[in-house]
Design a protein around this ligand. Structure first.
Ligand code: NAD
Ligand code: TYD
Length: 334
């Protein structure tokens, strides 16, 4: 198979490319990535130069760049997106541009080239918040942030291309991922790297918001299963089955880094902050998928990875990163 991965220099995409290269020695993978602040070729340092891997710097909103990269491929798996809720609250424009318009360009290219499969990597955030119970793939979309709204928009577009043009498209909606190479603006890598440096951990609101955490390699395996066995026109939820409050996550990180509780700093709540995410993944299990990683062990491994890979995150936590946080949360000392 020849696969085009878009956004493969980010967190999940780079783990997915590594997963494919290790598992399928006869596949060829092209990675089309714009290298925004979140894209990082260090994420694939070990793969760079591999005979089955090609990197192209390009934007999914650029029809010509996409057409060139997509020519002759069997499938496109789209990870490319603006992904951070806090940034979307401050500056939503790039989210609409990449997540919605970029998806449109990819869908047009699938149509023009007769590509046999298109996977849209989406998120459980499109369903919005749920007090009790879990969302299924049939639940209505009720996004709360400009990020989740732009992802919901792209999901709608994918669905319409399947319905109208019979495009062979499938959507995955995973819960919150964690693991190696996650940009340290997201809760888990931010708190681990801050704790390692004895810096404050800015916990929003009462810290009792709940997320369902999935180890990134389980999500990669699930996307692989959907790519090979999923039904066209369908949506598959990919949950971790590990619902934890942000306070619980923070306690694990403090325990594993051996740091004191007084590093926690309660800060003002995120605007429109979703209280709880929860999805039912039983449909995915009908394809034969099972989560392999224990949450506790994966968290311990993840803390160890950041401790052992300072070379990776110190470069990422650059002056630009600090400038963004100063602007967003002037009250926090970085
Ligand atoms: P990320 O922010 O780490 O990486 C995004 C990648 O997309 C970067 O490499 C960036 O350079 C690239 N990119 C951005 N705009 C682009 C454009 N216009 N053209 C080409 N490349 C572009 O994101 P992630 O956490 O790896 O998420 C990947 C996908 O998975 C996203 O679609 C996201 O919505 C979805 N998702 C993420 C999570 C999570 O917990 N991280 C959970 C569910 C779904
Ligand atoms: P995040 O990693 O941004 O993922 P998402 O909002 O897309 O689920 O945040 C996870 C949870 O952690 C969310 O409830 C917001 C909270 N949070 C903090 O309390 N402090 C922080 O500095 C960050 C980044 C997130």
């Amino acid at each position: 198979m020849k696969l085009l991965i878009t956004g493969g220099a980010g967190f999940i995409g780079s783990n997915f490319i590594r997963h494919l290269i290790n598992k399928y020695p006869d596949y060829h993978i092209t990675n089309l990535d714009k290298l925004t602040y979140a894209g990082n070729l260090d994420n694939l340092k070990d793969i760079n130069g591999h005979p089955n891997y090609t990197f192209i710097r390009g934007d999914i909103c650029d029809a010509k760049a996409v057409a060139d990269a997509a020519s002759g491929v069997d499938a496109i798996i789209n990870f490319a997106a603006e992904t951070h809720v806090d940034r979307s609250i401050l500056e939503p424009g790039s989210f609409i541009q990449t997540d919605v318009y970029g998806t449109y360009i990819l869908l047009e290219s699938v149509k023009a080239h007769g590509i046999r499969r298109y996977i849209q990597v989406s998120t459980d955030e499109v369903y919005g918040s749920i007090e009790s119970g879990s969302f299924t793939e049939e639940s209505p979309l009720m996004p709360s942030s400009p990020y989740s709204a732009s992802k919901a928009g792209s999901d709608m577009l994918v669905h319409s291309y399947w319905k109208t043009y019979h495009l062979p498209a499938i959507i995955t909606r995973s819960s919150n991922n964690f693991g190696p190479y996650q940009y340290p603006e997201k809760l888990i890598p931010l708190f681990i790297t801050n704790a390692l440096d004895d810096k404050q951990l800015p916990l929003y609101g009462d810290g009792l918001n709940v997320r369902d955490w999935i180890y990134v390699m389980d999500n990669c395996e699930a996307i692989d299963v959907v790519l090979h066995k999923g039904q066209e026109g369908e949506v598959y939820n990919i949950g971790g089955g590990n619902e934890r409050t942000n306070v619980e996550i923070t306690e694990i990180i403090l325990r594993e880094t051996g740091k004191p509780k007084d590093l926690i700093r309660h800060v003002k709540d995120r605007l429109g902050h979703d209280r709880r995410y929860s999805i039912d993944s039983s449909k995915l299990r009908t394809l034969g998928f099972k989560n392999r990683y224990s949450f506790e062990e994966a968290m311990i491994d993840t803390v160890r990875w950041y401790r052992e890979n300072e070379w990776w995150w110190r470069k990422v936590k650059s002056e630009d990163f600090k400038k963004f946080y100063k602007k967003a949360y002037g009250e926090v000392e970085w």
